[in-house]
Each structure stands twice: as C-alpha cells, then as structure tokens.
Design a protein around this ligand. Structure first.
Ligand code: PMP
Length: 355
C-alpha cells in the first residue's frame, strides 16, 4: 500500500440492485413501480424550461415541502426533503446517531444501515429477527444510541402494527427512533400519526416506490419541528442544494393527484395478493408481505439456482447471499402480465426439473 493510501477512508460500499437494460426484460429486482408516475408529472416535465436551470434551486425546497404539508395536512416545519430516502436517512444518521452507545437495527433489514454506520463510525448492534423474521421488541428496550427499522421491513415485507411501533417508542424516550417507511403505502397506517406524541420519532418515506419516481430521487422525513431543524443544520453544513429544480417541480406535481396514486397502489396490492396464492401453489413459502415485493423460498429448489434460471430468461429478481436469507428470492410486484410471465416460467421450470 502506498503511503497516501494509508490515509484513505476504506469502506465496504452498499451494493445496489442491478440496472440492466435488456430489451424485453422483466425487471423485478429493485422494487420499482411498474406503472408510470401520475399524468401531472408528465405535464410538469413538459413545462420545464432549460432556461430555468440557470439559477440555483431553492435551498429550502419550499415548493415540495409546501406540497407535502398540504397533502398530509400538516405544518411545513415538520418536513425535510432529500435526494431519495437514502439521502434523508444518511443525513439522519449523521445528525441523530452521535452517541458512544450502539444504535440498533435488525440483523435482516435494509443493508445500507450498516454501511452508513461504518462510514460515519457509529457503533451498532443488530438484534436477530425471530425464526419467522419478526422483530423481537424486547431487544429494543435496552440502552442504545438510537434505533432504526423499516416498516414494512425489507426484504421480508413484514409490517408491524403501530401499537408495536409505539411500544418501542415508549421504551426509548432518550434516543431518536427512525421508522423507515419506504413501503408503507402498500401496507397500513403510517407512524406519522405517532409524531405528535413522540418528539424523538422521525418517519422517513420515499417517492421511489408508491409514487413511481425512483429516477427523480425524492425522499422525505416527517417529525416535530425541533428534529427537522437539527436535520437541516447538518444538511446546510454539507450541501445546501441537495434538491434540483426538476425534482422539486415533479415531486410537487405528483402530490396533486391523489386518485391516481390510490389506484396504482391498489393495483399493486391486488397483484401481490394474487401472486402470493400462485406462488404457494408452486411450493413457495414467504412471510406475509405488505410491501410491493414478496420474499419467497421454494420447498426444494435452491433460490440461487432459480435466480440464475430466471436471469437467463431475462427475468430479474433480487438474491442476497447473506446468512439466514440465502435461500430466498425477493420478487418485486410488477404488472399482472409481468407476474404471469414469471409464474409461467417458474411453473414450467419446476415441472421440468423437480429440484
Ligand atoms: N429504505 C428501504 C427499506 C429501501 O428498501 C429503500 C430502497 N432501496 C430505501 C430506503 C431507499 O430508497 P430511495 O433512496 O429510493 O428513497
């Protein structure tokens, strides 16, 4: 190693899902939404003038923050927006997890958490989910420097009822608790409704899944104004202009169309429920996902083999070679047609080659 290299920060990065670009591929590997964004987003895109890019965007992202405040019927001071929820969560790690004590998140969870913790040198512990991949609440009743978990969890899809989320909150008045709700719109009530009661709760959501806008990169946090102020102080110490002008406009346009949003979310939920039944018939088991993906394991055919066979057919799903989950595939819920192609392939494959 060269002398200068000794001073380089060495990290093991997060591995995002592949973004292949094959003609005719079926892409069920990164939990994107198969439907286009709301029609108003297309119109807003057409109205954008290159000339408007001459100026810096509004550092406070006021237009998007105001649209969120209106959509949820809450004060503007309770929202913070970022470049996808990844940006919001990374910023929150830097802001709120500044203790000598370890932060807590589940062993099977969004794999970016440990990457940020390592990058920012935050100590952490990962209490194991139980045998059914459920979070063991009592593990979070111990002294800690902060807590984060996704709800629904990823990649399991399991949704924890708000009473249980609240139990964790009520045992942790001394640390910030972040509930990462990337998939909550497909699941059940959001922990946003607990924010009035808990000044140390921050809820994070994204436009990448339920709003079909992964490509524009918008995420947001909702919390009491004090928490949001702390988050903004760190943001303005790092990069004032995280949100570019098109994302502010297009994000605001998306929030104007409630009906389209509800319609696409409910289409995905009904496809998900149908696919669950079909997968069971084919010998798969899975936690009862409330997200836009299904985390499935076959009774006899190894996940790694199925992953490779699907890929060969241009059907992309996600496989994690990690302890406890190496025999599972995470399958994003696509359109009915895409899911039928997936199911037809699996049916034929498992018939031909009983594993
Ligand atoms: N949290 C969880 C649990 C996720 O699965 C994802 C998607 N990879 C994110 C956060 C980040 O999503 P985005 O940055 O697109 O908002």
């Amino acid at each position: 190693m060269k002398k200068w290299e000794e001073n380089v920060r060495k990290v093991v990065p997060y591995t995002p899902g592949e973004q292949p670009n094959q003609p005719g591929m079926i892409k069920l590997n990164t939990n994107e939404n198969p439907y286009p964004p709301a029609p108003g987003v297309q119109r807003a895109l057409e109205e954008l003038e290159a000339e408007s890019l001459r100026l810096y965007p509004d550092p406070a992202a006021s237009e998007l923050v105001a649209a969120l405040a209106e959509y949820y019927g809450k004060e503007k001071e309770r929202f913070f927006v970022g470049v996808g929820s990844d940006d919001v969560i990374a910023m929150a790690f830097q802001t709120f997890f500044h203790s000598e004590k370890p932060i807590l998140f589940p062993d099977i969870s969004y794999s970016f958490y440990s990457v940020w913790a390592d990058l920012f040198q935050i100590p952490y512990r990962r209490p194991a989910l139980d045998g059914d991949f459920r979070l063991v609440k009592a593990d979070y009743f111990k002294d800690n420097g902060g807590i984060i978990f996704p709800n629904p969890n990823a990649p399991t899809g399991i949704y924890m009822e708000l009473e249980e989320v609240e139990e964790i909150l009520s045992h942790n008045p001394d640390s910030v608790v972040i509930v990462d709700e990337a998939y909550v719109d497909f699941a059940g009530p959001s922990a946003m409704e607990l924010v009035d009661k808990y000044e140390n709760l921050m809820v994070v959501q994204t436009f990448s899944k339920s709003r079909s806008m992964a490509g524009i990169r918008i995420g947001f946090a909702y919390a009491q104004p004090k928490l949001i102020r702390y988050l903004n102080d760190v943001k303005y110490s790092f990069n004032s202009y995280t949100m570019n002008l098109p994302s502010l406009k297009l994000g605001a346009a998306s929030l104007k169309d409630r009906a389209y949003f509800q319609e696409t979310v409910s289409k995905i939920v009904s496809t998900r429920e149908r696919v669950k039944k079909e997968l069971s018939r084919l010998g798969f088991t899975f936690p009862d996902s409330k997200a836009n993906f299904i985390f499935a394991s076959h009774e006899s055919c190894p996940a790694k083999e199925l992953f490779a066979a699907l890929r060969e057919k241009n059907i992309y799903v996600r496989y994690f070679a990690a302890p406890r989950i190496e025999n599972y595939l995470r399958i994003t819920v696509g359109t009915d047609r895409e899911m039928d192609e997936l199911l037809n392939f699996l049916r034929a494959y498992l018939n031909r080659r009983p594993c």
